[in-house]
Design a protein around this ligand. Structure first.
Ligand code: PLP
Length: 392
């Protein structure tokens, strides 16, 4: 009998994928399911990006690339991040990886050990807590509150950080809440982090270009005092509708980039070459698709939030970014997981319980509006009809 490592018992998962599997099984049985569960753009990757990958394959880009990524892509990433954050980024500090999650895995396992504490948002992307526990570090969830717009506050962060904190994870705009940290609060957060140079910071800004209502995305990389602490996580999945290509990047502090590269060499060697050429085209070619998707997400967001707020028992704060609504369902009398199950099995709407993102998510559901406006509105109508009887 094989004996596997005990650490595996501490590894969690992402229940959005379980919801998706159950939704697909119900569809296979002939049921009509509207999927607001999974967080991926419903758009195709733009044609010029697909074509760049095909051309790369035809041109013979079939071999390994440098572990950090092809030089022209790292240069394009550095220029793009510099343009968006104002921080002078050296291409040597860019590590191209197979999806944003890999930067997360590297950062958390780089700092996670039993003597370390790692701070992360709750509710937050479930892989943070999963990897923190797997690494053996002590989890320090930082509860986000609806009244703060589900944004981390500097005061709460200052109370949570201790001398043992080795990594703080911040995510703006946030999954699952759509919460955005405003500039004034980010300035104070940056001060707290600068006062704690013992901790690195994983700035998960993968939704940085999906931000609405005239708000601005404030990157932690734009604070010069934090350059030795901040690891920027970003990628192509959400901005360019490229979830299946598995392409992301990290911008690493000088002292950590060689370690990150060694982790890459020890795991995936490099990202597949054609995907890297596609990523280059996505950054350097027309950006029309980014604006088009943004406009579509924004219209659906407003429609969904309005409609959810018409449902008895539900109140939905306005999410400032990403493509998720995070309605408060306490007025329905259901617990989050209970409502997730009932809506999927009985009402034909896939959602994800707030508790799948941490204990502080009780009382909320995550609805992804990465679906057509018609479907998003039809899903809200089904939820209304199931909770309160048909009224359309
Ligand atoms: N970070 C957050 C907050 C996310 O929501 C996701 C994906 O859902 C990721 C990172 C991972 O992105 P990728 O698909 O590029 O690995």
């Amino acid at each position: 009998m094989v004996t596997r490592a005990a650490a595996l018992d501490r590894l969690g998962t992402e229940s959005a994928f379980q919801v998706l599997a159950r939704a697909n099984a119900l569809v296979a049985e002939g049921r009509s399911i509207i999927n607001l569960g999974i967080g991926q753009p419903d758009f195709r990757t733009p044609d010029h990006v697909v074509e760049a990958a095909c051309k790369a394959l035809r041109d013979g880009h079939h071999g390994y690339t440098p572990a950090k990524g092809i030089p022209e892509l790292r240069t394009a990433v550095a220029e793009d991040v510099t343009a968006r954050t104002g921080a002078a980024v050296d291409p040597e500090h860019v590590l191209v990886v197979p999806g944003g999650k890999v930067t997360m895995f590297f950062a958390i396992t780089m700092f996670g050990e039993p003597s370390a504490e790692i701070v992360y948002p709750d509710p937050g992307f479930p892989i943070y807590e999963s990897l923190v526990r797997y690494s053996g570090a002590r989890p320090r969830p930082l509860a986000l509150r609806e009244r703060d717009g589900f944004a981390v506050t500097a005061d709460a962060l200052a109370e949570t950080i201790t001398p043992d904190t080795r990594l703080v994870i911040l995510n703006t705009p946030g999954n699952p809440t759509g919460g955005v940290i405003p500039r004034a609060e980010m300035d104070r957060i940056a001060e707290v982090l600068a006062r704690n140079p013992q901790t690195a910071v994983l700035a998960d800004e993968i939704y940085g270009r999906l931000i609405y209502d005239g708000q601005e995305h404030v990157s932690l990389l734009s604070y010069p005092d934090l350059r030795d602490q901040v690891i920027l996580l970003d990628g192509w999945s959400k901005t360019h509708a490229m979830t299946g290509w598995r392409l992301g990047f990290g911008v690493w502090p000088k002292a950590l980039v060689a370690d990150a590269e060694r982790l890459a060499v020890n795991s995936h060697s490099c990202v597949n070459a054609a995907a890297q050429h596609a990523g280059l085209a996505a950054l350097t070619g027309s950006q029309d698709h980014v604006a088009e998707m943004h406009a579509a997400f924004d219209a659906r967001r407003r429609a969904l939030v309005d409609r959810l707020n018409q449902i008895d028992g539900i109140t939905c704060p306005n999410p400032g970014g990403a493509f998720y609504a995070f309605p408060n369902i306490t007025g329905t009398g259901y617990a989050a997981k209970e409502l997730e199950t009932a809506l999927l099995e009985d009402a034909g709407v896939a959602t994800v319980a707030g508790t799948s993102f941490g204990a502080a998510g009780e009382g909320y559901l995550r609805l992804s509006y990465a679906n057509t406006k018609e479907n998003v509105l039809a899903a809200a109508a089904r939820i209304d009809a199931w909770l309160n009887g048909a009224r359309d």
